[in-house]
Design a protein around this ligand. Structure first.
Ligand SMILES: [Cu+2]
Length: 195
């Protein structure tokens, strides 16, 4: 499973449980309001110490919450565990653009090109203020901090052009701090790299 699938799975799992609880609780609430309305039940019952019931309503929600944690945590591990054969690119954030530096010292601004079918590790830092590296298509979002190296990775499994955005307000031109990620065939990448 790729990190994208892992994140999406966690998203849909948690959303699904939330939707079921929302409609379930609302339905039960409406049912009880009607059934135990004042005209039918003028005297409230005072029920105490129903241990089986208390155990059930403690254990079931605990299991649900733990299962959501498990799904979320596994998808997070996928985002943090970089495959050994990943190719590495240095990412420098600055007001207001992204600089990418390759192994052979090739440098680009606002353009990240990678070959199809590779895992790509990005080592991220900032030259000035806080920025945040965000590629929605690959579900990755990592802060760029001056004096600190952070990282993220993605699996380049589909040809195409994807948006890269800065998602930490970093100054007046923050909204213009956008770049493109291009995934191209291996041969095209090699000739691009040497240009
Ligand atoms: Cu920025």
């Amino acid at each position: 499973m790729t990190p994208v699938q892992g994140v999406d799975q966690a998203f849909w799992y948690i959303l699904g449980i939330s939707v079921v609880l929302l409609f379930g609780i609302t339905a039960v609430m409406v049912f009880f309001v009607v059934r135990y309305r004042r005209s039918k039940h003028p005297v409230a019952a005072d029920i105490r110490d129903n241990y089986p019931l208390e155990i059930v309503w403690t254990i079931i929600p605990t299991l649900i919450a733990l299962s959501m944690f498990y799904v979320g945590w596994s998808s997070y591990l996928g985002l943090r565990t970089v495959p050994d054969d990943a190719m590495e690119v240095e990412v420098l954030a600055q007001q207001y653009s992204w600089i990418f530096v390759y192994d052979n010292d090739k440098e680009t601004e606002n353009e990240l090109v990678v070959p199809l079918g590779r895992a790509v590790k990005l080592n991220i830092t900032s030259l000035d203020v806080l920025h945040s590296f965000f590629v929605p298509a690959f579900r990755i979002k990592v802060d760029a901090v001056k004096g600190m190296s952070t990282y993220t990775w993605f699996y380049a499994d589909e040809l195409g052009e994807y948006d890269i955005e800065c998602t930490e307000y970093c100054g007046v031109d923050h909204s213009a701090m956008v770049a493109k990620l291009r995934i191209v065939p291996e041969t095209e990448f090699q000739s691009w790299l040497l240009k």
